[in-house]
Write a new protein. Structure first.
Length: 353
């Protein structure tokens, strides 16, 4: 494999939380034309700083993925297409982008997305080294090797997994747990015939992308109705996460933690409360940590102003529960605190249903 800067070792003093100010998309207010809060990643970091969980020098600085990195998955033909502003306008769903010169589009739209993609690839290795990692951006699950869409221009989930398979000894099986409100058709198309990758996808069955072909790649498909609420949702997530990890114990979990399941999301159509989202992330992290499986979390979709606060609250909750910590540990299960917590969650969820 080519030499990539993305796999240089991160300082051991840092939390395996990856971010760069470059993530945020800002240009002349055009980003406001998309329902996406294009500065949400920076807001998550600011909340975590206010709560004194992190400081700038304690997080891992994301680096931009180079063309050579991207070619591990993407076709040259696809990357060349992104040199046309109208193609990028279609993918990001921001029509006026079509009228901007491409050098502006590259700098203001694609560079932030390439930096988030670099962050996801870096987080893959960090997760294996530390037991967990969170990329505060990424989760572009509608993009595959030769096609973007739904705000996703690079296939960061596919890239992170392929990088691990090619470069990290002992990583040969991966499980994607995709809990964004939308079907993750990008990674599904990329891993369609790859038996090393187990895909679980929980999504609103009636919304974008409705990709019937991609659905054939899903090993555990949980299709939700409009307005699904906390009790039903958490029970399904818990049952199927446990089922998926009992069926196959992977070397890495990629957790696509979209917050567009939030009640009132204009695109997601589900009705999960902020507390429900925090609980969901807890369920997934407990399942991973108790089995000592490294987990990489990306933040993906979430289109309301309040999602940044919820993501930050969820990370703080994971820390308060001892599910994430700065020390080098992969020993979730020897930790009696974690053991007891897992039993309690199982009890809570039984009471819910």
């Amino acid at each position: 494999p080519h030499r990539s800067d993305l796999y240089e070792d991160a300082p051991s003093a840092c939390w395996p939380i990856i971010y760069s100010p470059e993530y945020n998309i800002t240009f002349m207010g055009l980003e406001k034309l998309h329902p996406f809060d294009a500065g949400k990643w920076g807001k998550v970091i600011n909340f975590l700083k206010e709560e004194k969980l992190i400081a700038d020098d304690l997080i891992v600085q994301a680096r931009e993925a180079t063309d050579e990195d991207l070619l591990v998955v993407h076709t040259r033909r696809y990357l060349n297409k992104l040199k046309w502003s109208f193609v990028v306008a279609t993918i990001t769903e921001i029509p006026p982008v079509a009228f901007l010169p491409n050098f502006v589009v590259q700098r203001k739209v694609l560079k932030p997305l390439r930096t988030q993609t670099g962050g996801t690839i870096m987080a893959g290795k960090l997760a294996v080294d530390r037991g967990w990692a969170i990329n505060v951006g990424g989760g572009f699950h509608h993009c595959s090797s030769d096609k973007g869409g739904g705000f996703c221009a690079y296939a960061d989930i596919t890239l992170a997994i392929k990088f691990l398979f090619e470069r990290v000894q002992g990583v040969s099986k991966a499980t994607i747990i995709d809990l964004d409100a939308h079907q993750g058709n990008g990674h599904e198309r990329d891993f369609m015939d790859d038996h090393r990758v187990y895909i679980m996808d929980v999504y609103n069955r009636y919304i974008y992308p409705g990709d019937g072909f991609a659905k054939r790649a899903i090993k555990r498909k949980v299709e939700l109705e409009w307005g699904t609420d906390d009790a039903e949702y958490l029970q399904k997530v818990h049952t199927h996460v446990e089922g998926a990890l009992n069926e196959l114990k992977p070397d890495i979990i990629v957790y696509n933690a979209g917050t567009d399941i939030l009640d009132g999301d204009p695109l997601g159509g589900l009705a999960i409360s902020p507390q429900g989202i925090v609980k969901r992330d807890e369920v997934v992290f407990k399942a991973a940590r108790s089995r000592r499986i490294p987990i990489l979390m990306v933040t993906s979709g979430g289109y309301q102003k309040r999602t940044a606060r919820i993501i930050a609250d969820s990370i703080l909750n994971l820390h308060n529960l001892g599910l994430i910590d700065k020390e080098l540990v992969t020993s979730g299960a020897e930790n009696p605190k974690v053991e007891q917590m897992i039993r309690e969650t199982a009890k809570d969820l039984t009471n819910l249903s």
